[in-house]
Design a binder for this molecule. Sequence first.
Ligand SMILES: *Cc1c(COP(=O)(O)O)cnc(C)c1O
Length: 379
Amino acid sequence: MGQTCGMPSDATEPAAPVGRVRPAVDALPAYKPGKAAEQAEREHNIAEAIKLASNENPYPPPAAVVEAVAAACRDGNIYSDHRATAVREALADRLGLAVEQVTVGAGSVALLYQLATAFVDPGDEVVTPWISFEAYPISVQTMGGNVVRVPLTADHAFDLDAVAAAVTERTKLVLLATPNNPTSTAVSTVAVARLVEAVPGDVVVLVDEAYREFADPGLGDPVAELLPRFDNVAVARTFSKAYGLASLRVGYVMAHPEVVSAIDKCLIPFNVNGLAQAAALAALSDEAAAEAQNNIEAVKAERGRVTAALAADGWAMGDTQANFVWMQLGERTDDVCIALEQRGVVVRPFSGVGIRVTIGTPAQNDRFLTTLAEVARPA
Ligand SMILES: *Cc1c(COP(=O)(O)O)cnc(C)c1O
């Protein structure tokens, strides 16, 4: 090696590449996670920053989950069940599905990568409205696939007719986050069904419901309404947001058994660790589900308060169905984001487009509202 601890060499010549990274990977942007409060504190030399940048639940996991995870630590020397069978069974039971229709992953993002690995060859296309979840293009481009980004409408909602029109014979997947991250609006299952009817039956349409629990139930349930009708629909959900298990990494996909089995083939051995499996099982207990529901209601109530306060200040907001709000700030985005951050409020910028602000505790939300009023006025 000639170097120690990954320190750069002091040679003046550019070094020959170490290994031949695939061009598709070389070209990848890095996934940008929300900035940690501690990092903002260091960067701006401030104290007591708050992070409203990653759509985390402001409340800890239900007590039964914490207990189950602590107990599962004692089995830390034993490999977890590769297939997370008990979690699949519990989910299938709860959702009224066959166990063959359910798969479990290390967060729904891992399942997204598995889906891309299973379906996308170099040159294949994946269609998604844009802007949307930033992990979508990365997972597709990792496989050498091409992302076809379909612009949102002027008010940042999905244009599903345009999505359908963008599907070609090269299209393998359609990725649809509803509610959408970062724009917060959602589409109904009726609208998704129209889209699915308009695309070939061998194009898998993934309905990513990471924020489902915060959305209006009147929008429908794709598991109950779409899976029985369409073999090519897959639905992704997660324990990360509504249940507050983001760090434990457990999500699930419901789909036709053939799609599940393809996703399963790409599962990294033991990727869903034992603590995550114990957490998911405990989260599905009546007691934990009731506690999670209380937290969801608290977040929804705060969301109502925050959106009303922003509207009263003159901000135009979309109809948020998630645990965050979306503010279209256009060119002002980076400036507003930095000004908030310098005052200890870390939000998620989408440069040139807008900021995404997670609903936190009442005190955190007050801090955001007060600080925003200090740094920006509606245009
Ligand atoms: C947060 C999020 C996920 C879920 O991520 P996990 O890997 O389950 O933590 C999936 N999709 C979208 C759109 C998200 O915002």
